[in-house]
Design a protein around this ligand. Sequence first.
Ligand code: CAO
Length: 415
Amino acid sequence: MSKALDGIQILDFTHVQSGPTCTQLLAWLGADVIKVEKAGAGDITREQLRDIPDVDSLYFTMLNHNKRSITLDTKSASGQAVLEKLIKRCDVLVENFAPGALDRMGFTWERIQALNPTMIVASIKGFGPGPYEDCKVYENVAQCVGGSASTTGFEGGLPLVTAAQIGDSGTGLNLALGIVAALYQRTTTGRGQKVMAAMQDGVLNLCRTKLRDQQRLARDGFMKEYPQYPAGHFGSAVPRAGNASGGGQPGTIVKCKGWETDPNAYLYFVAQAQVWGAICQVIGKAEWLTDPNFATPATRLPRLTEIFSAVEEWTKRMTKFEAMRLLSAHDIPCGPILSMEELMAEPSLRATGTVVEVDHPTRGTYLTVGNPIKMSDSSTEVTRSPLLGEHTAEILAELGFTPSEVAALRAEKAV
Ligand code: CAO
């Protein structure tokens, strides 16, 4: 089977998480991704959070599948000569260096354009143009400056960062989409272009419902689906809403059997208006069906605490899976809190390639998350991440370097 991005070559200057997420996705879609790493050092994540001495960490392997690795000192003259050849040959350069690093390396947009006018140069930075554009940014910083931390957590508690890597992996996804769109536009313009995804923008985009709420709050002074309503206090900024649903259907997390000892014996329950009758029947509150206080979504909003307490009294009698089965039978939306341990063991995720077992020459087998995008005409086979510089000789040969030229580059530590 062919792949969607067959024939596309990516010059991958990414490191850590945000950029590698993007290029891994492009590799899964069929692009030939050439990861350029500092000679002798490599992507810093190779050695971060190692669980086996001297073996590439899971942090690295799980973000760099299906890529090739070349080592290159891009600050030496001969390394730059190799880089020039790579720029002339590749379709896309992707980077997430600190602001200005590519320019300091000598590879400005103008120089890259002169070398290859069709090249797409795609970058992730912490911030877009503005007061913070020169700042370095990591995941949790992005969550804090993008509105996520301020709106996550419980009233009276600290702002919270989320486990989902919305700043890094989220921005990587945005960049991948921008690259694919630029490749498509190039088919008509024949030109490359710059593609930029800022982590602050990416997080704010994912927090769009909170900007919605900020404007509702400014107009009304309160929001009825928030736990602060009706008795609590609303300030001038959107408060932290705990586990309240961010959408038009109220929801929360309720306890299930075993919650006293199992930190994941919980279920997310949505009191969807369309199935309100079924909810009342299932949880044994048939009297609410005729009670005007519970008749409409609007009359229920001030009574959400009472409603969710009744739901919890019912869910506490069964496991989260039993509750899910019984509620789903009535089309009541809900979801058990699944731990990583449970997700690792879930057969359906293995069957779809969402969780994949990979073999690695120095690590042995490990699990990873495969391509979350499934296409009927471009399948994904997840292959292991490259060892540092594993493909240096192969790529240099493709660029036309003779074995003796390669030996000379190695001798002067340019590769
Ligand atoms: N050969 C020679 N030098 C190389 C090289 C190579 N193959 N690859 C990189 N370098 C150099 C760079 O040119 C840069 O040199 P200068 O500082 O002299 O210009 C240097 O290595 C370090 O690059 P960096 O500043 O990007 O790395 P850092 O570890 O200091 O910062 C990070 C890391 C992530 C904070 C920063 O890259 C950043 O802010 N990136 C943008 C935002 C982003 O993607 N953040 C998410 C990271 S994942 O949480």
